[in-house]
Design a protein around this ligand. Structure first.
Ligand SMILES: Cc1cc2nc3c(=O)[nH]c(=O)nc-3n(C[C@H](O)[C@H](O)[C@H](O)COP(=O)(O)OP(=O)(O)OC[C@H]3O[C@@H](n4cnc5c(N)ncnc54)[C@H](O)[C@@H]3O)c2cc1C
Ligand SMILES: NC(=O)c1ccc[n+]([C@@H]2O[C@H](COP(=O)([O-])OP(=O)(O)OC[C@H]3O[C@@H](n4cnc5c(N)ncnc54)[C@H](OP(=O)(O)O)[C@@H]3O)[C@@H](O)[C@H]2O)c1
Length: 610
């Protein structure tokens, strides 16, 4: 009998070489070491992450820090008139929490917020979420392999009716706390950092200026439960300017139109507005009515949705067609030409009362180069008497209104800036990785990541909806779910294999970057059109989208290539088999344990008969 290090001794027992440095540890192989996971953000991403980490990681200490005074992220913050889903509601829900009660094909924002609150409640996530806790600084400690975080939290005396306090934009009523994490997961959103437009004189306007993502009109209490209708009750005689023709403006204009004296919609660019690629489903639901642009589900529909099989078929059909839209986003694909023809026809029909607007609005660039918004009622509202479509660039904002480059001035009472977000992925807090490198510096001239979820020099950090992980056609939620699965798998690997750190290799990041450069010229997203996909520029790198279809993204994340990562062991004095522990499992050690667990039905994989 012999072993790698040993020779057979006189009494038949192996004697081992004194050089063997392996120290047998005392733990069992499946004794989960404690893991401290911190999640930043409680929107869809943070909520899914919280649920999955709790479900899959044993011996877990979990905290979710959320800057806002409520959960929901996008759906908590955005309360503007007309806010609604821009993909079918049935595709904008989690795979594991289906809602049979969506009110309409494109559900209103407050309903999505209520859905998220119900998910948090159903999965008992509330106790793990700390509201009004904003991450302001984080640094990786190379010695311990832990992230050190500074969190600005509201003190007990915080007055949450104060908008500045609600948004965490003041120091008053806050204090700093320091926490650490073995794994940091950020779900801070790609459309959560709203910004004012750079327009001369904006600060001189003496009426009200509101950003779409900060709907504070001073009426109602503007809290999460306030209906937007109550925030504009006194606007009946007011002249409103709405800047922009992105998804937000397209929803705001038709919602406000019947409630105000006039609307001037300042539109400097062009855009496609049409029901999405899954229009046929909408038309079918509306009994073949081709003019339909949203559909309210009847009690009869909702009753049918209680039949699980029926519901599954309905949802799968929708989502399958939604994913099918990807082909239309490839340059030269006949579906693109088909979409262009249909969309143009629909837009011209809806603008038939003011056909000149179509000439200004219908783009030369491909359908989906900018994010598509179904925009129920937008084109129709542009044709109303009290709405003026202003296709001129803005020269400046004056104390009383907006002056355009043709020297025309429009007097206004309220200016709504539906002008979008900072989508540069530069973070408004300090994020320091290995060797003191700052993330914002490393992201110059553009963000460079590994599959959008990991960054070299930033070990033990994973993120959802980071750079290059959005999709122009398909649901973001399945991507978020798979990103979370990936981060949980990496955390389990750290735990199981007793590793101090997991860090993606720089060469893997470089290779992904090269892939991006080759992919985007093949898609319409790389075309010339101003879009937040390209940080609000007409040309340049696509930094927000995944290089491929939604299905391609979820396949890519399905089986992590662990060889693209470097690892450090927790115990550097031991060899790679430290994680094998003492040769026992917990079941071996604990009296009365189930020692035939591998025969339980969920463990036995019965092959089909072929
Ligand atoms: C108006 C609007 C409508 C949209 N409609 C759709 C749609 O119809 N369909 C669709 O697919 N997508 C839509 N999107 C995209 C939407 O953002 C995503 O679908 C999804 O909601 C993103 O979830 P998230 O959790 O990743 O990010 P978010 O919802 O943005 O949540 C991020 C959270 O992180 C928190 N946070 C950020 N920084 C910190 C910090 N430093 N410390 C603590 N907390 C922090 C924020 O407060 C926020 O609550 C829309 C976006 C907007 C802006
Ligand atoms: N569920 C939904 O329907 C929904 C609703 C809102 C938002 N969203 C998501 O959020 C994304 C962002 O939407 P968004 O509408 O808030 O932002 P956006 O798409 O970035 O649109 C911003 C608009 O403001 C205009 N703008 C910006 N600065 C300007 C300036 N200085 N002068 C004049 N115009 C200016 C832009 O002009 P140009 O046209 O020239 O670029 C654009 O029309 C969407 O694409 C979508 O993904 C979804």
């Amino acid at each position: 009998m012999s072993s790698v290090n040993g020779t057979s001794g006189l009494n038949g027992h192996t004697t081992y070489s004194p050089e063997n440095k392996y120290k047998l540890p005392s733990f069992c192989i499946d004794e989960a070491r404690p893991m401290k996971v911190v999640i930043i953000g409680a929107g869809y991403s943070g909520i899914v992450a919280g649920i999955r980490f709790l479900q899959r990681v044993k011996n877990l200490e979990l905290t979710i820090y959320e800057a806002n005074a409520g959960i929901g992220g996008t759906w908590f913050v955005n309360r503007y008139p007309g806010l609604a889903c821009d993909i079918p509601s049935h595709c904008y829900q989690l795979t594991f929490a289906e809602n049979p009660d969506w009110s309409s094909f494109y559900a209103p924002g407050p309903e999505i917020q209520a859905y998220l609150e119900s998910v948090v409640e159903k999965f008992h996530l509330g106790p793990y979420i700390k509201l009004q806790h904003r991450l302001t600084r984080t640094q990786y400690d190379e010695k311990t392999g832990k992230w050190h975080l500074t969190i600005k939290r509201a003190t007990a005396s915080t007055d949450s009716s104060n908008p500045q306090i609600r948004q965490g934009t003041t120091q008053d009523g806050y204090e700093d706390i320091e926490v650490t994490a073995d794994v940091l997961f950020t779900g801070i959103g790609s459309l959560s950092r709203w910004q004012w437009p750079e327009i001369e004189g904006l600060e001189t306007f003496q009426g009200k200026v509101i950003h779409s993502a900060q709907w504070e009109t001073g009426e109602g209490d503007s809290g999460a439960k306030t209906k937007w209708e109550d925030t504009v009750k006194s606007w009946g005689e007011k002249k409103i300017g709405v800047i922009g023709v992105g998804s937000s403006a397209i929803q705001i204009v038709p919602a406000l139109q019947p409630r105000v004296k006039t609307i001037s919609n300042f539109v400097r660019g062009k855009t496609w507005v049409s029901a999405s690629f899954v229009r046929e489903h909408l038309v079918t639901l509306a009994n073949g009515d081709e003019s339909v642009d949203n559909y309210t589900f009847t009690d009869k529909d909702k009753k049918k949705f209680r039949d699980k099989e029926y519901y599954r078929e309905f949802r799968r059909g929708l989502e399958s067609d939604l994913n099918g839209a990807h082909l239309a986003t490839l340059r030269g694909n006949p579906l693109q030409q088909g979409a262009r023809e249909i969309f143009e026809k629909i837009m011209r029909q809806k603008l038939s009362k003011k056909p000149w607007i179509a000439e200004h609005l219908i783009p030369d660039f491909s359908v989906a180069c900018r994010r598509l918004t179904p925009g129920p009622g937008y084109l129709e509202s542009l044709c109303e008497e009290n709405v003026e479509f202003v296709p001129e660039n803005i020269k400046r904002i004056t104390p009383t209104g907006i002056e355009t480059v043709d020297d025309k001035h429009r007097d206004l009472d309220v200016i709504v800036c539906a002008t979008g977000f900072d989508t540069s992925y530069k973070l408004p807090f300090t994020f320091i990785g290995r060797n003191g490198i700052e993330l914002n510096k490393q992201f110059e001239p553009h963000p460079r990541t590994y599959l959008g979820i990991a960054v070299d020099g930033f070990p033990n950090w994973f993120s959802a909806l980071g750079p290059n992980t959005g999709v122009g056609a398909g649901s973001l939620l399945i991507i978020i779910e798979r990103q979370v699965d990936y981060a949980v798998a990496a955390t389990l690997k750290l735990q199981r294999e007793r590793l101090k750190s997991i860090e993606v290799k720089k060469e893997a990041v470089d290779d992904f970057d090269a892939y991006l450069e080759s992919f985007f010229p093949t898609s319409v997203f790389g075309e010339k059109c101003r879009s937040w996909y390209k940080v609000g520029k007409e040309e340049g790198r696509v930094v927000s989208l995944w290089p491929g279809s939604c299905l391609h993204c979820i396949k890519a994340l399905e089986h992590p290539r662990w060889e693209d990562y470097d690892y450090e062991p927790l115990d550097p004095d031991n060899n790679r088999f430290f994680w094998l522990g003492n040769g026992n499992t917990l079941a071996d050690k604990i009296p009365g344990s189930d020692r035939s667990w591998y025969l339980s039905p969920e463990e036995v994989d019965i092959p089909g008969l072929y």
